[in-house]
Ligand binder design. Structure first.
Ligand SMILES: Nc1ncnc2c1ncn2[C@@H]1O[C@H](COP(=O)(O)OP(=O)(O)OP(=O)(O)O)[C@@H](O)[C@H]1O
Ligand SMILES: [Mg+2]
Length: 249
C-alpha cells in the first residue's frame, strides 16, 4: 500500500503569553492511500490540532510531516495553500459555509481559487450537490436547509477540487442520529467507491465504527491504534438507535 501521510515526531506547542501548551508531544503516524481512519480521545487531547496540521491549516512546531511523499513542514504559506487546495478536502463540525451564498456558489468557491473556468465550475458544483443528494437545493442559502443538508453542502465543497484526502473534524457533532448516519454513509461511499483516504475525528464510538482503524489520543500522544472489530460493535449505539427509528440517543 502507498503511504499518503507520514508524521515523524510531530510536535505542536502553543504559546500564549507566559503559558505554553504542548498539544502534540511527538506523534509518529503513517496513513496509507485509501485508508478510513477515526481519531478519538478526550477533549483537549490534541485531535483538532492534529487535523489542522494534516489539513495544512496550521504548522507543526517540531518534527516532520510528509504529504504524498513531500516534506511539507517548512513550505511557504502560498505553497501550503496550493498543496491544501489540491490534496485536502476539509469538513468542519460547524459547516463553515458562507452565509447568504447559495449552495452552488459555496461549492464553487474552492474551484475559483483553483482557477477552474466558470462554466466547468458550476457544472461540477451541480454534479457534486446532486451526488450528496441535494440536486434540488442548488439555489438554497445555508440558512434555508437543515443541519444534515448543510454538512452535505460542506462535503460537496470539500470534494470540489477532487482531493485524494478528506479530513473531517467532528462532522456529525452538530447533527441528530439519523443525519449522522447519512453523513457517515456518504464518507463510507467516498472511501469504498471513490478510493478517498478519509480521516474523521469523533467522540462517538459508534461513529468511529464506520471506519477501519481507530486511533486514540490522550494528552497529545497516541495511546492506541487498532483495526475496527466489525463482529463486536459497541452496544447501545447511536447507529442502532437511528436504525430503530429513535432520535437523540
Ligand atoms: N490556538 C490555541 N492556542 C493555545 N492553546 C491551544 C490552541 N488551540 C488548542 N489549544 C490547546 O491545545 C490542546 C489541544 O487542543 P485541541 O483543540 O487539539 O483538542 P481536541 O482534542 O480537538 O479537543 P475537543 O475534543 O474539545 O475538540 C488543549 O489543551 C487546548 O487548550
Ligand atoms: Mg477538537
Amino acid at each position: 500500500m502507498n503511504e499518503i501521510i507520514r508524521l515523524e515526531q510531530l510536535k505542536k506547542t502553543y504559546r500564549s503569553g507566559a503559558i505554553q501548551v504542548e498539544a502534540l508531544k511527538g506523534i509518529d503516524l503513517t496513513v496509507n492511500q485509501g485508508e478510513y481512519v477515526a481519531i478519538m480521545g478526550a477533549s483537549g487531547s490534541g485531535k483538532s490540532t492534529l487535523m489542522n496540521i494534516l489539513g495544512c491549516l496550521d504548522r507543526p512546531t517540531g518534527g516532520r510531516y510528509y504529504l504524498g511523499g513531500h516534506d511539507i513542514s517548512c513550505q511557504s504559506d502560498s505553497q501550503l495553500s496550493r498543496i491544501r487546495n489540491r490534496m485536502i478536502g476539509f469538513v468542519f463540525q460547524s459547516f463553515n459555509l458562507i452565509p447568504r451564498t447559495s449552495a452552488l456558489k459555496n461549492v464553487e468557491l474552492p474551484m475559483i481559487y483553483a482557477r477552474i473556468p466558470p462554466r466547468e465550475r458550476s457544472r461540477r458544483a451541480a454534479a457534486l450537490l446532486e451526488k450528496v443528494g441535494l440536486g434540488d437545493r442548488l439555489e438554497h442559502m445555508p440558512n434555508e436547509v437543515s443541519g444534515g443538508q448543510k454538512q452535505r453542502i460542506a462535503i460537496a465543497r470539500a470534494l470540489a477540487n477532487r482531493p485524494p484526502i478528506i479530513l473531517a473534524d467532528e462532522p456529525t457533532g452538530n447533527l441528530d442520529s439519523r443525519s449522522s448516519v447519512e453523513i457517515m454513509e456518504l464518507f463510507s461511499g467516498l472511501n469504498r467507491k471513490e478510493g478517498n483516504t478519509v480521516i474523521i475525528v469523533t467522540h462517538e464510538p459508534d461513529i468511529a465504527q464506520f471506519t477501519d482503524r481507530i486511533i486514540t489520543f490522550r494528552d497529545g500522544a497516541i495511546i492506541s491504534d487498532r483495526k475496527v472489530d466489525r463482529d463486536h460493535p459497541p452496544a447501545a449505539s447511536k447507529v442502532a438507535a437511528a436504525a430503530a427509528g429513535r432520535e437523540g440517543v
